[in-house]
Design a protein around this ligand. Structure first.
Ligand SMILES: [Zn+2]
Length: 218
């Protein structure tokens, strides 16, 4: 059992790893950073709204036929939010996406909606990794680039095709406990033998509500 402090709430997680020492991962300010960098469009933001299929480790899709995912969800999908008038809104491809931690871009790969960016962050003698999915990265975001928290890395991938989910930001956070020198991608993130994924919601101080899948849109 290792103790992990997420910067907001101390929590203990059973981690089957041998190499990593105790590591303290700061809280994830993605909500605050999105509002700060999109203050006109998100000025009325009140809280996130999640369908169950958007949550960490969910086995179901929240789009299309709402069938089973190919593998449990590796992170959290940010898409719907409640504004201060209690209306449901979507973030869209006009929203600028800021980096939620400083770190190194280690890979950019295509995903089924756009591109995924994989980051590595060194902290307190340890490292953790995080990834954004379904983005249209800025042209200056390339493998090997160091980015600072708050830097804009891109916008959401823009297509909303029939049967596909609307534009949304996928966020994953995890700790490697095996050699990742060969690179980071979704195969590594999804491999429980070498990577310990964590629920991004545990690192976010944001308000949210969880609703039944399919309640908001068809
Ligand atoms: Zn996702």
């Amino acid at each position: 059992m290792d103790r992990i402090n997420n910067g907001q709430n101390s929590m203990e997680l059973a981690i089957n790893k041998e190499k990593n020492r105790e590591i303290s991962i700061p809280g994830c300010d993605i909500t605050e950073l999105l509002i700060e960098n999109n203050h006109v469009r998100l000025s009325q933001f009140s809280r996130w709204i999640f369908c169950r299929g958007m949550l960490f480790k969910s086995h179901v899709k929240w789009w299309g036929d709402r069938g089973l995912r190919a593998q449990p969800h590796e992170g959290l999908d940010l898409c719907f939010y409640m504004n201060q008038g209690s209306q449901c809104r979507l973030i869209d491809n006009a929203i600028l996406i800021p980096a939620c931690y400083s770190g190194l871009v280690v890979n950019i790969a295509r995903d089924f909606m756009g591109s995924s960016i994989f980051f590595l962050t060194e902290i307190s003698g340890g490292i953790f990794c995080w990834a954004y999915g379904h983005l249209n990265p800025n042209s200056d975001i390339v493998t090997g680039k160091m980015i600072n928290k708050g830097d804009i890395v891109g916008r959401l991938a823009e297509k909303w095709r029939p049967g596909a989910p609307p534009p949304h930001l996928h966020l994953s956070i995890g700790i490697p406990f095996a050699d990742i020198s060969s690179g980071l991608d979704w195969n590594v993130f999804g491999d429980e033998r070498s990577f310990y994924l964590m629920d991004p919601l545990l690192f976010m101080g944001s308000d949210y509500s969880i609703i039944s899948d399919g309640f908001l849109w068809i």
